[in-house]
Design a protein around this ligand. Structure first.
Ligand code: ADP
Ligand code: MG
Length: 265
């Protein structure tokens, strides 16, 4: 049984005057502990796919199964204990502190009083430390850098204690150092805690080298799905992104797996 299974999914936005975008029909199975990168041009349906996986939107046709159970049968609270979502960074208008942002990950666990217990505070502190921003806990989320804010949202997903974390272009606004830091952190969470990761990214090199599996989307459909080296080929990149590319492989860092180098022009 797959951990996450999308079966014969079809979805379109109602009343979308900008055209007739339809996601699907698509099938996707994700096993526990996988790291899956989702690539595709703007408007190809990557964010919509993540929302379908998270239960944020329900498909018009088909089913999403989580641990073999239809996502429609989960309460919002129970779903939030399984799936965490890290959004694309946007400036928050609310003056929440970093600590409060991370504490919001505990919402599905609070009792009917809504009060946080000692355990919730301990989990928030541990999550802040894991992503290395404990010293920033009292700062406003709008007062820290993009990389630090992004780590706060990852810490929130950690505090949520979910089995899977979905990330929608988490490194979009980060400088190179912080992009690498986010990928290293995700790698660590996957290795040490077995967290399943589904990440939408435009960075074929960084995301490609960190994933076990790549999914290529175009016009609402999954065009390719499989091993990174089989999916990120020159032909597939040209078919999906309409750019020429040169793909080369090496294992210079002496890891057992090959590194992929993609140069587009
Ligand atoms: P991507 O993340 O790959 O850029 P999206 O999944 O965000 O693509 O969007 C796919 C298509 O659906 C786009 O054409 C977009 O304009 C449209 N779309 C996205 N969100 C909405 C919405 N809430 N209402 C109507 N149309 C939407
Ligand atoms: Mg998107």
């Amino acid at each position: 049984m797959s951990f996450i299974e999308l079966r014969e999914i079809k979805f379109s936005y109602k009343g979308n005057k900008n055209g007739n975008f339809t996601l699907g029909k698509l099938n996707l199975s994700i096993q526990k502990g996988e790291i899956v990168s989702v690539f595709g041009p703007n408007g190809s349906g990557k964010s919509t796919l993540l929302k379908i996986i998270s239960g944020g939107i329900l498909p018009d046709e088909g089913n999403v199964f989580l641990n073999g159970k239809d996502i429609r049968e989960y309460s919002h609270k129970n779903l939030a204990k399984i799936i965490g979502f890290v959004p694309t960074l946007s400036s928050s208008v609310y003056p929440f502190s970093v600590y409060e942002v991370v504490m919001s990950g505990r919402t599905p666990y609070l009792g009917f009083t809504g009060f946080e217990k000692k355990e919730d505070h301990e989990i928030v502190v541990e999550s802040l430390k894991t992503v290395g921003i404990y010293h920033l806990r009292n700062k406003g989320i709008n007062e820290v850098s993009g990389g630090e804010a992004q780590r706060a949202y990852i810490a929130r997903a950690l505090a949520q204690k979910t089995d899977v974390i979905l990330l929608d272009e988490p490194t979009a606004h980060l400088d190179l150092k912080h992009q690498v830091a986010v990928f290293n952190l995700l790698q660590q969470l996957n290795t040490e805690k077995g967290i399943t990761i589904v990440i939408v990214s435009h960075d074929l090199n960084l995301a490609g080298n960190f994933s076990n599996r790549a999914v290529l989307m175009k016009e609402g459909k999954i065009i390719k799905d499989g091993d990174v080296l089989n999916v990120l080929t020159e032909d597939n990149i040209s078919a999906v992104f309409e750019v020429e590319s040169k793909v080369s492989l090496d294992n210079q860092d002496n890891k057992s797996n090959l590194n992929i180098h993609i140069k587009c022009y």
